[in-house]
Design a protein. Structure first.
Length: 66
């Protein structure tokens, strides 16, 4: 498995986890839990941004990953 493929799988997993956290935040009535889920969502979105930047870099450097 190539680094590009592993990165794609990682991004997909994190997108799924982020969606779950957003759902938890919407469904909970506990305000402290809601805030925690929202903060975790923001953190995960930052991770996604970083990984997407890395994916773009890999695509530019390694044409076979396109």
């Amino acid at each position: 498995m190539t680094v590009g493929t592993q990165l794609e799988q990682c991004i997909a997993s994190i997108e799924s986890a982020t969606a779950s956290l957003k759902t938890f935040a919407l469904e909970t009535q506990d305000q402290q839990a809601k805030q925690t889920f929202q903060q975790l969502t923001q953190t995960m979105e930052g991770v996604l941004q970083t990984l997407n930047e890395r994916r773009q870099y890999i695509k530019q450097q390694e044409p076979q990953f396109r």
